[in-house]
Design a protein around this ligand. Structure first.
Ligand code: KIV
Length: 271
């Protein structure tokens, strides 16, 4: 008789305990069932159904166009695949900035319709009321500060944020405010490593960096970037673990050649 090993789900509490014992947290994005299955089986702690789906899955230039319905579709596919990882879903642009009631309603839709475990919102003090209202409903919230892509038109550039003292001080204050409000973790995107280290030290919740240096409590990357599927995107912070783009092109080219040459299917590949 084969005994199946019990898989323990990563929870928001697990992440807090990992920070306390200085165990790094691994987080990757996924947007569909097949990729999420692989990512989960490889032992990633948190799967983020990021609104980067707007870029990676739909080919938009920014994260702004993706809708709440589309995020729910991606999230429910990922939830069906993830057996161990905590699944966090981005609230897309336009689904929470209006007011805290809208933010709560969007979060409830994500949780109810996708079965995900938490939501992520971009911003600091300006979304403070929304964060509190979502938390009051029992929905775990992850914060996101620094280069928040939904504000790209306000920034006008994808360059590193908070290099200047004033913006750095504001970011630190925002992180403290989010942590005090009760978020379970904060993503820090593209900020100086020294600032990220100071935030990690200052707040009790895990900070998860992307382009924010090695002193964060965890790291996150977009899975298509680290696998080399989105080949044109190569910022300094990105480490490529595979050239999947090249491998896929080669495989597809061989298939085309086999079909055209009459080599596929052969006698064993037919009925
Ligand atoms: O949408 C996303 O993929 C993200 C990560 C870059 C943190 O928010």
């Amino acid at each position: 008789m084969s005994v199946q090993k019990e898989i323990r789900r990563v929870t928001t509490l697990t992440l807090m305990e990992m920070k306390q014992r200085k165990e790094k947290i691994s987080m990757l994005t996924s947007y569909d069932y097949s990729m999420a299955r692989l990512v989960d089986a490889a032992g990633v702690d948190v799967i983020l159904v990021g609104d980067s789906a707007s870029n990676v899955m739909a080919g938009h230039e920014t994260t702004l166009p993706i809708t709440l319905d589309q995020m729910i579709y991606h999230a429910s596919s990922v939830v069906r695949a993830a057996r161990r990882a905590l699944v966090v879903v981005d609230l897309p642009f336009g689904s929470y900035q209006g007011n805290s009631k809208e933010a709560l309603n969007s979060s409830i839709r994500i949780m109810k319709e996708s079965g995900a475990h938490a939501v992520k919102l971009e911003g600091g003090s300006e979304i403070g009321e929304s964060v509190k209202r979502i938390l009051t409903a029992g929905i775990p919230v992850m914060g996101h500060l620094g280069l928040t892509p939904q504000s790209i038109y306000k920034f006008g550039t994808y360059q590193v944020r908070a290099r200047e003292e004033e913006e750095a001080a504001r970011l630190l204050e925002d992180a403290q405010l989010l942590a005090e409000s009760g978020v379970f973790a904060i993503v820090l995107e593209k900020i100086p490593a020294t600032l990220a280290a100071a935030v990690a030290e200052a707040v009790s919740v895990p900070v998860i960096g992307i382009g924010a240096g090695g002193q964060c409590d965890g790291q996150v990357l977009v899975v298509h970037d680290m696998l080399g599927i989105t080949e044109a995107f190569s910022p300094r912070f990105l480490r490529r673990y595979l050239n999947a783009g090249e491998l896929i092109r080669e495989a597809v080219a061989r298939y085309v050649e086999d079909v055209k040459g009459g080599d596929f299917p052969n006698s064993k590949e037919q009925y």
